[in-house]
Design a protein around this ligand. Structure first.
Ligand SMILES: Nc1ncnc2c1ncn2[C@@H]1O[C@H](COP(=O)(O)OP(=O)(O)OP(=O)(O)O)[C@@H](O)[C@H]1O
Length: 293
């Protein structure tokens, strides 16, 4: 009997989704499946719920939510034999989109039922994991404003981006790629495991979840017109035409940001204060089992 443990974030997206204990228990034949369902009640609660779920040793833990909920659940599943399932009911749903998991909940449940599995790479920033992407610099400040807006949709994200880009002062980043040490004033530094940020937008369209590399994008200090060009290139998915953005494939890197004691980061679309200005980033190849279509 396959044991499926569902963790639902009822606030994901605009909260208007149809996934709940009843729909799940109606969908799965409870003679063939052991089903548990729990709901996160506050930010980060899904981490505790996953730890509780792991004690029951289920076959699959299914994150029902967006990239933030997936991050909380999957953080505890790295290097375990328990598979991650995804029912994408978030706003951006970047990782699910990269994996071609449909937003229709019944179709997504069918993918869990089919139980086809692969392994994907996982990114690590200091002592936490990321599965989709992370960013330093203005990227983190945009996410803070987006979260505080209380509205999780593409328009709020665009508004937060415009607002932050008006006043943001680029910081000096010291970082190294291989033996190459760099010191640059950057608008942001973005690292992605997946080829989509959410809302069908991508800064790293060629990124792969299983190539053993993270895709690094650095964007230097820009004047007003270059910021405008960059913004439009991102929205129309033509980032490759913006030559000031530099792209590299990396396995690991260290970054420190000058004159900052508490560096802030965007990790899988959520705002984090890192309590340090020294940041280590690395990849754990093929270390998460995940159910895919
Ligand atoms: N009951 C709850 N009330 C409020 N926030 C919650 C609750 N449960 C979880 N959260 C928090 O909600 C945040 C956002 O969740 P999630 O990422 O699933 O949705 P989303 O932001 O709409 O989707 P996406 O990240 O794909 O854009 C997470 O940081 C999570 O910790």
């Amino acid at each position: 009997m396959l044991h499926l443990f569902f963790i639902i974030n009822p606030s994901s997206g605009k909260g208007n989704h149809s996934i709940n204990e009843e729909t799940i228990k109606t969908y799965f034949d409870t003679k063939k499946y052991k089903i548990n369902v729990s709901y996160s009640k506050y930010p980060k609660h899904a981490i505790l719920l996953t730890e509780e779920a792991i004690k029951l040793n289920p076959d699959v833990i299914i994150a029902c939510g967006g990239d933030g909920t997936i991050n909380e659940v999957a953080n505890r599943l790295v290097n375990t034999s328990i598979k991650l399932g995804i029912i994408p009911i978030g706003s951006g749903n970047g990782l699910a989109s990269n994996l071609n998991i449909p937003k229709n909940s019944l179709e997504a449940l069918q993918i869990i039922e089919n139980n086809r599995t692969t392994t994907i790479d996982v990114g690590k920033i200091n002592d936490t994991y990321f599965f989709s992407n992370m960013g330093l610099g203005i990227d983190a400040e945009i996410i803070e404003r987006y979260q505080n807006s209380g509205k999780r949709n593409l328009m709020s994200y665009v508004k937060a981006s415009i607002n932050r880009s008006l006043w943001y002062e680029p910081k000096v980043f010291n970082y190294s790629i291989g033996n190459h040490k760099l010191k640059e004033s950057l608008l942001f530094l973005f690292i992605s495991n997946s080829n989509e940020m959410g809302y069908n937008i991508s800064l790293t369209p060629n990124a792969s979840l299983s190539d053993g590399y993270l895709d690094l994008l650095t964007v230097p200090k820009l004047n007003f017109f270059n910021k405008l060009y960059f913004g439009i290139a991102v929205i129309i998915n033509k980032i490759h035409t913006f030559k000031k953005a530099k792209h590299h494939l990396i396995k690991e890197m260290n970054v420190d940001i000058e004159n900052t004691s508490n560096c802030v980061a965007q990790i899988d679309g959520e705002y984090h204060i890192l309590n340090t200005n020294r940041i280590s980033i690395s990849i754990l190849e093929r270390s998460l089992n995940i159910i895919i279509p």
